[in-house]
Design a binder for this molecule. Structure first.
Ligand code: SAM
Length: 241
């Protein structure tokens, strides 16, 4: 008998924003896998560890590279593909032994999450369940109390890694926008927002819903590199009454 794979969304950071369903799934897991940068501990683990059952095996999955090599570079692609292959193989062994394997994901597992790389390698081989999580972006707009989209507003979600022209073009088309993966891309994001005439509405949020969360109008923030958990919100619903 084979085991079961469960992709578990643990929410945006506040431990109270994990779902009842995620807590129940973690309580039944034999194995709990979590991603982290080598040398760091997993944020998803920190959010959810209070719900790990005693005796569950933990499998840290440590990225061999993160930002050291540009993501479009072949060396990055091959290192990261080999890492996901090896991670999937390690979990497949446990699934073949009949174990229930939970893979933690910050926010929602199927929204820009590393879990997806395991899902595409394993879900066709083993019974799989995905448990939705509160996304980082909804945690952020709730934290700042910014109504993000209403009525016929079109909301765009943009990776800050896009080039400046692509960002400016999309931002000019959208009624509302969320820019993820801010990090070292902040100066470029600011220029794109300015070109699209949206800088005044942009809100910068760091560590949304977590301890130490801060936020401000983006125009009031300098261009120093942002941390990993940083997002820019451009609320829609202009002229709202
Ligand atoms: C790889 S994506 C993962 C998204 C995640 N699966 C989700 O559902 O939110 C990581 C990016 O999401 C954004 N993010 C996620 N959680 C956040 C938070 N609590 N505060 C600020 N930004 C966050 C940041 O832009 C970060 O670089």
């Amino acid at each position: 008998m084979t085991g079961r794979l469960i992709g578990v969304g643990v929410g945006p950071g506040d431990p109270e924003l994990i779902t009842l369903k995620a807590v129940r799934a973690l309580g039944m897991a034999d194995v709990i896998a979590h991603f982290a940068k080598a040398g760091n501990s997993s944020h998803a683990r920190a959010i959810a560890s209070a719900h790990f059952p005693p005796g569950a095996e933990e499998v840290p999955l440590l990225y061999p590279v993160t930002t050291e090599i540009p993501h479009r570079h072949e060396a990055y692609r091959s290192a990261i593909a080999a890492f996901y292959d090896a991670s999937a193989a390690a979990l497949a062994e446990r699934l073949m032994a009949g174990q229930t394997v939970a893979v933690l994901s910050e926010g929602d597992p199927l929204f820009y999450g590393s879990y997806m790389h395991l899902h595409v390698r394993l879900a066709h081989r083993f019974p799989t369940e995905v448990i939705a999580g509160v996304t980082g972006m909804s945690g952020c707009w709730s934290t700042v109390g910014a109504p993000i989209a209403q009525g016929e507003d079109v909301l765009m979600v943009l990776p800050g890694t896009l080039n400046e022209d692509a960002l400016a073009l999309r931002l000019a088309q959208a009624d509302a926008a969320v820019i993820m993966k801010v990090g070292r891309n902040l100066p470029k994001i600011r220029r794109a927002l300015e070109r699209a005439g949206r800088l005044e509405r942009a809100i910068y949020v760091e560590r949304g819903t977590m301890a130490g969360c801060t936020h401000s109008p983006l125009a009031a923030r300098d261009d120093a590199r942002a941390p990993y958990f940083a997002i820019v919100l451009v609320p829609g619903w202009e002229g709202a009454a």
